[in-house]
Design a protein around this ligand. Sequence first.
Ligand code: ADP
Ligand code: ASP
Ligand code: MG
Length: 814
Amino acid sequence: MQVLKFGGSSVANGENINKVIELVRQALTKDRTVLVVSALGGITDMLIRAAETAAAGDETYKEKLQEIEHRHLEAVKALLPLTRQSAALSAVKTRCNEIEDICNGVFLLSELSARTQDKIVSYGELLSSLIVAARFAALDIDHQWLDSRTLISTDSLFGHATVDFLRTNRQILQYIDASSSRLFIVPGFIAADDKGITTTLGRGGSDYTAAIFAAAIDATSLEIWTDVSGMMTADPRLVSNVKKIPRISYQEAMELSHFGAKVIYPPTIQPVMRKHIPVWIRNTFAPADPGTVIEAEAVPNGGGIRGISSISRIALLSLEGSGMVGIPGFSKRLFEALSGRQINVILITQGSSEHSICVGVDEANATAAKGAVDLAFQPEIAAGTVEPLIVEPGLSIIALVGEQMKSHPGVSGKLFGALGRNGVNVRAIAQGSSERNISAVIAAGDVKKAINVLHEEFFETSYRQLNLFITGAGNVGRRLIDQLRKQQTWLQEQLRIQLRVIGIANSRNMLFDNEGIDLANWKTRLETGEPMELNRWVEGITSRNLRNSVFADVTANDDVASCYAALLQKSISVVACNKIACSSPYGNYRQLKDLAREYNARFLFETNVGAGLPVIGTLNDLLRSGDTVRRIEAVLSGTLNFVFNHYNGERPFAEVVRQAQAEGYTEPDPRLDLSGMDVMRKIMILTREAGERTEMDDIANHSFLPASCMQGGVEDFYAALSNEEDHFKQLYLAAAAKGKKLKFVAQYDNGKASVGLQHIGPEQDLYHLYGKDNVVLFFTDRYSEQPLVVKGAGAGAEVTASGVFADILRIINS
Ligand code: ADP
Ligand code: ASP
Ligand code: MG
């Protein structure tokens, strides 16, 4: 014989029930069959809500009951021919009247006991099984409807009754043996105690009913038909890229369901495991999919992890105190206090000092637990040797499950590493001694992120996700978005990185899209986005709590730079082409670097020096590999280089500067470049990266710009440049007379940094530098005779954007 169970969504309406009937017909061609059905999808919840509404003295329970009746009547009408409908419709109405009578009583008494609730919810399965049976009758398929309450005997723990297997097995066997039927239709979830009073087996308990039947009759297989094509590597509602687990052991399935994989009700495995009956998880809506088989042996799989699950609404209870050290019996008393209130313990950890025991329980039980435990330890609490129970609600448990975990060292390292990199704080951990699972208690708000991070870490060969927030959509920002758009497919195919832009903001608007902004039409969407408010922008980023989040700052804005600390503290990496933070007072720069380290985030700013050129990266590589930098000589201003390369004393200096600005090579205020300030910031950042505690005041600036040019606004500046044309001409002619060029050079030598205009001759490395190029010469112990040279375009939106892009990718690859 075989047992098939169909869940709530499989029997949600007439159309779905027809699919079930077809699958059962096919099954009947193979063997005698027990068919277990759940209530129509959602009906159990609706019944509970109606009962609670009645108990609260709210008459709208009647409307809820009408809705319930309507759902069932509709199903009958969809399934049965008109000639057969009236009997079934009146059977449904009779049952629904009974529910209403009971709810009226609950309303009058303003009281809903667990026993009455069981009675009310039992109608869900009774009705669904009667409707399914009526459909088989209409099709002239021989069958027998069984009342599970006469066959499954339990204790009187209403809502969660315990099965008396001896009696139950005997009753089921006797009944089935005495019948010649090929098809038995059984309501799931419900049972009765020894007085015949209706009980239920716990939410999701129809799976259990099916397993009880399967074990009692020694079925050849148990098939659980639901709305997913098997057990998945994680909850498909939380992770979009789950994979089906083709085969899994009983133990693994039990662990996954214990820790929240709703696809199978945890106690279901026990009875079938004892009899070695294989359990199949199949999809009613995709019956051709083979599904998952749960069996005795665990087939080895690559990483040692079979699946990840999670339970939310957990409270952590901690019992602490010096009075617990070395004295036996404390944990026994704790667990007795909890079990005395029927409180199920989901997870236990104890520190090796024996100074504290932590247990995880359902949050709904927290208050009862606190009362019971504080009462049990009253003498010790009064004596001050044990603290009153500490209750922390709002937590969740995530569990990694896999039979092969024990033979794969490093699983927990990977677990904690991945969580740490994403700023998920672990409150407690537990590892079963069987080494079949590792579980961690984390904040409820972190669950989605944590599960996705772990899923990527352990299962995703297809891609890793990177969630990007771009601040600034000007020259550089626009090009960055363009480059990202062009590269998205390549990154996914070649590097297995799914790069999603979740937010874009400019100075006027901000736009978020949790599914990723379509980069083909971001401009129009941003224009109609919400007004930009920096606080709300940052709040929107942190509260989304997405894994592998990166904040890209492509502005030159002070306020934006002041947000980095808050982001890094949430483990959100920051990529900045904005130089303000790194050139702010040393303490701030240091704090940001330290925060990045502390919170496992990255703070990258390669484009602060030399735009897209690998200047900072090269310096870091030299230092990390043990080299010592003795001297740096550099031309770091694309703007100044452009200006001095184009100025020959003929076309006015002011005009050349204007051209540089028009072509996008200057800062928004060109005086930052012309005064040498921008170069000072860059050499300062390099010296800081080389380990010096440099401030701007420590850098000597031999500026060539007359003081008159620094007054007023940008237009005043251009006017002053014109007035000073003679000064610039003299500078040029003095160099040209010696056959030399003017270069604005930054130097770092013996711990001292300086910037200033120099005459450079053709024999020097800095001489051959065209357009907006930058060059950096590193003289080190290893590069002592000839310097290591980094040279190329050092300004321009396209190359800066590509430098930012490279930093972003560095984060996911780190
Ligand atoms: P039924 O009503 O058929 O009993 P359930 O809703 O109880 O169905 O269980 C199926 C649901 O379990 C799926 O729709 C899925 O959302 C959820 N689920 C949670 N974790 C897992 C997992 N690891 N694999 C498959 N499904 C899971
Ligand atoms: N109908 C019950 C519930 O919703 C049992 C089940 O569907 O398994 O909990
Ligand atoms: Mg279920």
